[in-house]
Design a protein around this ligand. Sequence first.
Ligand SMILES: Nc1ncnc2c1ncn2[C@@H]1O[C@H](COP(=O)(O)OP(=O)(O)OP(=O)(O)O)[C@@H](O)[C@H]1O
Ligand SMILES: [Mg+2]
Length: 310
Amino acid sequence: MQVVSIINYKGGVGKTTLTANLGAYLAQRGKRVLLVDLDPQSSLTFSLFAPDSVHRPQRTLNKWFDTFVDGVPQQRLSEFVAVPAEVNGEVVTRGGFVGLIPAHIELINVDRTLLVSAGMQNEQGDAHIFRVRRSLADGLADPALGSYDFALIDCPPNFNIITQTGIVASDHILAPMSPDYLSTLGTQTLFSSIEKFAREFNEQAAVYGSPYKIAAKPLGVVFTKVEYRLGHPTSAHKYYMEYVQKSVPDVPVFANTLRDHAAFGKENPHGKPAILRLKPTDKVYVELMSMATEFLNRTETPTRKKRAVA
Ligand SMILES: Nc1ncnc2c1ncn2[C@@H]1O[C@H](COP(=O)(O)OP(=O)(O)OP(=O)(O)O)[C@@H](O)[C@H]1O
Ligand SMILES: [Mg+2]
């Protein structure tokens, strides 16, 4: 399984929309995809289960974190996978599958409780935090999850400890970005912060004698919500796409982009990502298809195998 964190600490840039739709589309293409909702806002969960649905899953990620004792989960992550019926109804005939580790608003308190129980300051606290940071990686190494091709982790718009568990677990980092002034400010900081965090984590791993190292590489920036005029991106959006390429020259930028399209902004009462409701001839469907092909090509590069240990 390849693990990809979809991350940007800027809010509203299309992380969740991309995660849900890329995941559903990859499943439509026959892949087995595990979606992981790390955000208390639970938007990814609501893309697959309507908030008022009687089928809304009860075993959510915060409940998994609640089982932790000294930073170590007492239950297997695979026990928390929900199976969204609507999306799977559309993809199983092609051999694809979507599983979801759902979130709940209560996840908002987990950062605090994990840190409080760590005692924060002392060495014991550091070791505890190290174990928590590694927990999702260990959870995803559960053999019961071994049949998935991809895990796509939808990160919240921050860099807190829960987001850090996503980075630690990942082989790749995918950063959606809306090509506008505010969304693209701090692009360099985003990647340098992840790199710095990985370096520090790996140093700590050496201190604790853990062979587990962060292996996450930037898969790339992907532009979303691109506005078009007369068949081309608006000049403002074109400017910010070029600006991002220049500001992070070492980070790949996806050639394929996703346009601003009303289908993605709509309410989703049926638990079915927009891509499954669009026609394969729709421009935006073709865009996501091309982006997914690029995603598959880029993730085909063999990644260094991490070692998750107990
Ligand atoms: N390509 C798109 N076209 C039109 N609207 C979009 C598109 N992508 C996302 N949106 C809309 O923009 C808003 C923000 O999208 P989304 O929730 O995916 O962003 P996010 O980065 O996950 O936000 P957050 O940081 O709050 O988690 C939503 O209302 C969503 O429907
Ligand atoms: Mg989101």
